[in-house]
Design a binder for this molecule. Sequence first.
Ligand code: 9GP
Length: 806
Amino acid sequence: MVLTTKEFREDFSKTFEGLYAFDLSEASPIQYYTALGNYLKVYSADNWSHTNQAYLEHQVKQVYYFSMEFLPGRMLKSNLLNLGILDTVRDGLREMGLDFEVIARAEVDPALGNGGLGRLASCFMDSIASLGIPGNGNGIRYRYGLFQQKFVDGYQVELPENWLRDGNVWEVRKENKAVMVRFGGQAILSEDPDGRLKPIYSQTQNILAVPYDTGMIGYQNEVVNNLRLWSAEIPPEEEIHYHTIADREKVNQITEVLYPDDSNYEGQILRLRQEYFFTSAGVQSIVRYYKQMVLTWQHFPDKVAIHINDTHPALCIPELMRILLDEEGLSWEQAWEITQKTMSYTNHTILQEAMEKWPVRMVQELVPRIYQIIEEINQRHIDKKLPLYTPELTYRTTIIADGNVKMAHLAIIGSHSVNGVAKLHTEILMHEVLRDFYQMYPAKFNNKTNGITQRRWLHLANEGLTKLIDNKIGTAWKTNPSELKLFKSFANNEDTLAQLAEIKLENKKQFAAYAEKEMGIELDPTALFDVQIKRLHAYKRQLLNALHILDRYLKIKDDPDLDIQPRVFIFGAKAAPSYVYAKQIIKLINTIADMVNNDPAIGNKIKVVFVENYGVSLAELIIPAAEVSEQISLAGKEASGTSNMKLMLNGALTVATLDGANVEIRDFVGEDNIFLFGLNDQEVYAFYENGTYHSRDIYDSNPRLQRVLNTFIDGTIPGIETEGRVIFDSLVQYNDEYFVLKDFESYVEVQEKVDQLYQDPMAWNQKSLLNIASSGPFSADFTIKRYAEEIWKTDSQLPAIQQYIH
Ligand code: 9GP
């Protein structure tokens, strides 16, 4: 049944009046948006319940994707697109004299994640639903998301991100599905009448976990899956025990904020509390659902796949063990077999500091029964492996070591599958970082290169380009992204290339309008737009980008008439609040921006724009306008990256080290259509091994670089005495951990090549087109197909769901 604009207008007006009881013409954008959201919830309600019904009736296997972070972005447009009514609603609103874009912008972009990891989880939710795979997200409903970033005098300042201020129209509170999560106290094991050891709990703190469900709407396929986010509450029957505000606060705190500052004990224990809270609640609700199917426990892994996204949800493993052992009375062997078959784990980083470990004392204190189970898993692991491997190797793989619980070890031992997120990353895991485990469990290891949803990152974000592609190759790429390669046949078509350029220019103008309005920076849209958008971290080397800008700056200062390709350098990044060095880099880049943007000798030859509060919505504005994609991490450090894929899909040319998924981008697009530079991972490892890297020597022997670096400390860049000195020392005195100086020369060289190519618009546009046409393999649809087939063993249920409708 096709919705007409007339029907839409009538239903929407009714929804609006039902909600607000006043004249539609007097409303604010947020009210229109809320009414539209409510309208859509009703519009899609049948699909949501039919999907649930189909899954339960057919007793299909479902995947539960446990993630501490989700970054869904604004959902209004994507829900409309996926429901197939975007144009109708837009037209209907226009007929009512309302501006859809203004209404869409009223939606808050929930910042329930830090970066790539959380956004990946949301791309996966879109693909899982769009492929008709029975899948659920499981996470935390933080009352405050990742801080709102402001720049004050160039410094990052963090403000609370109150994303729920106006309510959240997409969620449904389900108190009937609440579960209890137990913390602290004691768990004393004692024999029950059947002779089994069971814990007797005393003095525990019981917290009510209340789920808020959000429909994950599949792309025009009538599927609506579920994202379940848990909120912590005082159980009504225990209100009496919470006398003081401080006591009540302790409960609220659990789901108060994403990544509370964990630089102190209180912060750390809170984070661990969050981890157990949402894993316990999620696993309990899965078990409860499973029990409706009246199957024996042995079938559990045939119906349930639990995916552990990074180590944060690794407590799923002892929690499922706890339930099977203590509540369902299974033997250890039975419970362990079921648990291992059910769990799978993705590693997203090789950085040691990001490898979670928790002090034993903390785990014992917070979740005593879970700790007992972890201890036993650990002991059994040792007992089983000691006869097979050397004691050194065996003890390197233990879960408990040096007074800590190592979450990655727990996740690997308790799962049947361990995957990395790009080919190179998986290789590094197998042969370097996790090589002991790879030796023990070679069959567990596999690669699943990340992916992105082309529906949000091309169709919605770049409507101009979408129209062009639709015209040239049809629309099938939206569900079968490999079709994008058909676009290659237009690589020599001058007319298509000219249209491509025009679309890019239009997108650049839109970003320029934003920069002018929000930041007062005037940009020339015909300049080359060069983009680096990702979390701020030393290994991602935003500093290298800054050095390149300064090198250009000095060149122009030396020769103001220099004929150089004008560039706009765009940055978007948040630094973790306690990561001082990253914040100093933000201050540095902001100060460079001020200096360069206001220097009449520089004019439009260089502009630097560091957007405030980078997030999904800003990415949707920046990416379509990008011409150069900066993927310049030190080789071997970036697990995958996903902005590299989004930027390529939108026609940016990649400047890259051979790191993360850049390697596969190179393979698909071909070496002629990417700008590679710098050390490769083997060379980096060789330097580590030989200890032969001396950044000071590079500084001493390269006058050009020396001059650039000296600007940090010689007053050239005003007002960065402290930051400039720290950064200078980190690079020159303390041996430049991420080889910025080593890669500088080849980086600026490759940037010169970028400039040269840009002088030939047809050649540039051709490469841009080839990038777009080669980006199909990076669709999350393919990634998810591989997860579903090879790890989760879940099948698409499209026919079963659609039979309810037809
Ligand atoms: O740093 C990785 C990034 O390379 C990857 O693209 C993303 C999604 O797999 O995960 C990031 N890792 C984390 O955020 C923390 O492990």
